[in-house]
Ligand binder design. Structure first.
Ligand SMILES: CC(C)(COP(=O)(O)OP(=O)(O)OC[C@H]1O[C@@H](n2cnc3c(N)ncnc32)[C@H](O)[C@@H]1OP(=O)(O)O)[C@@H](O)C(=O)NCCC(=O)NCCS
Length: 132
């Protein structure tokens, strides 16, 4: 196992058909790439530990049934739980296009000012989102 990303599948029925998946990996973000409001709440180290939600997708035939939301909330819950053992201040995601970006923005992800297809959600907000 190369351990460059952990992949989680959503499967259905005895045939174990794959409905969707996501990947998680350890990552980091440069402090100065974050918006000033977020950066000023963090210690002044050059890199901020983060969890990368590398890819999340739902099979075309299964879209619109809230599986995307289920996968995203599961990914956020796993990221939060893992951050208790190995600190991570943010979840980051690379949206592949405008549609993907608007999906994440629904869940309060914000774009990095200089790389708008990379979005982030502070782990404190992940905790708040999961408490709702
Ligand atoms: C984006 C994607 C994961 C959404 O999955 P889904 O199962 O169809 O979405 P859900 O049914 O869980 O939708 C949950 C909510 O998000 C909304 N939504 C879904 N796709 C959206 C999009 N592209 N933009 C904005 N909102 C979106 C839904 O309308 C729903 O809103 P509601 O709470 O008002 O009802 C899916 O379309 C997909 O796999 N796309 C291709 C890959 C991709 O873009 N992945 C993300 C980035 S890598």
């Amino acid at each position: 196992m190369k351990r460059v990303a952990a992949t989680f599948l959503l499967v259905e029925g005895s045939a174990r058909a794959i409905l969707g998946f996501y990947t998680l990996a350890a990552a980091s973000v440069q402090l100065f790439d974050l918006p000033p409001r977020t950066a000023k709440r963090l210690p002044k180290y050059p890199y901020v530990p983060a969890t990368l939600l590398g890819r999340l997708a739902v099979d075309r035939r299964a879209r619109g049934r809230r599986y995307g939301e289920l996968l995203l909330l599961d990914a956020l819950a796993k990221s939060l739980a893992a951050s208790e053992a190995v600190a991570s201040a943010l979840v980051i995601v690379d949206a592949k296009d405008v549609a993907a970006r608007s999906f994440y923005e629904r869940y309060e992800f914000l774009p990095l000012p200089e790389s708008p297809n990379r979005l982030f959600l502070p782990m404190q907000l992940v905790a708040a989102l999961l408490r709702q």
